[in-house]
Ligand binder design. Sequence first.
Ligand code: UDX
Length: 434
Amino acid sequence: MKVVMIGAGYVGLVSGSCFAEFGANVTCVDLDQAKIDRLKAGGIPIYEPGLEDLVARNVAAGRLAFTTDLAGAVSEADLVFIAVGTPTRRGDGHADLAYVYAAAEDIAKNLQGYTVIVDKSTVPVGTARQVERIVREANPQADFDVASNPEFLREGAAISDFMRPDRVVLGVESERAEALLRDLYRPLNLIEAPILVTNLESAELIKYASNAFLATKISFINEMSQLCEAVGADVHAIAKGMGLDGRIGKKFLHAGPGYGGSCFPKDTLALVRIAQEHGVASRIVESVVEVNASQKAQMVKKIRSALGGSESGKTIAVLGLTFKPETDDMRDAPALSILPPLCDKGAKIQAHDPQGMAEAKHMLPASVQYFDSAYAAIAGADAVVLMTEWNEYRGLSANKIKELMAGKVFVDLRNVYEPAAMRAAGFEYCGVGR
Ligand code: UDX
C-alpha cells in the first residue's frame, strides 16, 4: 500500500513513520526544502522520544522516504493524508485552513487512479466536505473519496500513543475507502484497538470534543486548586478522591499552571468559534478558556506573594520552560505568560530546560538568562519556580538547592514535591492547591 503524508511536521512525521512501521510504503512530502534535506540526511526537526530510531529504521528498510515532489508522490498513492498545520488565525480565533485547502488543490491536480484523501490535521467540522468540493472542482474526472482520521497523539508519548491507541476514529462514507483505511491500520487488530467508523462531521467533532473535555478536566481541577488554597484542602486528595469514581477517572486531574501546547489552547478556541458559527452556545468551553488564562495570571501572583509581595530586584530560578516534559515545544507554554510580567516588574530570571531553551530564547524577554543545568540556574536565586515537571527535577537534592540558593522560597507549580517534606527541609514551600 502506498501512503503519502503531506506535511512533515509533528503529526505528519510521527504518523508517516508509524504507518511505515506498520508495513506501508510511505512518502512524506513537505514544501520546506531545508526540512526535507535534513530528514534525508537522517536529521529530525523535532524532539520526540524514539522518533529518530523509528525514522532511521524505516528509511533503511526502504519503507519511508522524503521529498518535495508532491506531484510524483500523489500520482502513485493509494492514500494521501493531509497533515499540514492549522494554526489559530490572527484576530478571530478560527483555525487557519489555507494550508489544508492549498494541499487539496495540489492533490487534485495529481490524482491518478482511485485514491483516498484523508484529513489528519485537526480541522473545523465541515472541512473534509470542503476538501471534497475543492478536489471535485479542480479535477472533475478524479476517482477519489475523502475521509477524516483525527490523531490523538500526545507530544512526548506520540509513538506509543500511535502504536497503542485507545481508539482509531475513521470518518469515512464509502466501503472502498473504509476497506483501505482498515487495511492500513490492520496491525492494530493484534492489540484489539477499537476502530470507530462514523461520518465525516462526527469524526471531525470527536477530536475537538475530546480535547475540549480534557481541557475542561484540567481547568476544573485548577479552579478547585484555588478553592483548596482558600479553605485549607489539599488538591491532591481532592483529585484522588474524585478519580477513584470510575465515572470521573483519575487522569487529567493534575492541578498546575494551566494547560498549554499546540492542541488544547488552539482547539478549545476553535470549538468556541465553530459553535458560534452554527448559532450554538458553548458556555462550558468558553469558561474553560477563561479559567486557563486566569490560572496563568494567578501563578504570577503566587510567585509574587511567595517573594513577600514584590519580585522587583529578586533572582528567580525557573526550572522547565516547555509546556510539558519530553518535548522541546514552547507553543502556548505557561512560561510565556508567567515570566514576562515578572521580568517587567524587575525580576531577574535564571532559566533551565532540558530541551526547550533554544526555542525559548526567541519567545521570552531578552533579559532571561539560560543555564545548562538546574543547579547552575538555582545558584544565587531568591526563589526556585518549578514550571515543568521534567524527570530530572523530581530528584533534586534539597540540601544542594539550599546551599546554592540565596533565599528559601520554592514555588512548585506542578506539585512535584511533598509540602511537609519540603518545609521540614527548611524551604518556604508553596504548591498549587495544597
Ligand atoms: C493533547 C492531547 O492529549 C492529545 O490527545 C491531542 O491529540 C493533542 O493535545 P499534548 O498537547 O501533547 O496532547 O499534551 P497533554 O499531555 O495532553 O498536555 C496538555 C497540557 O495540559 C500540558 O500543558 C500539560 O501540562 C497540561 N496538563 C495535562 C495539566 O495541566 N494537567 C493534567 O492533568 C494534564
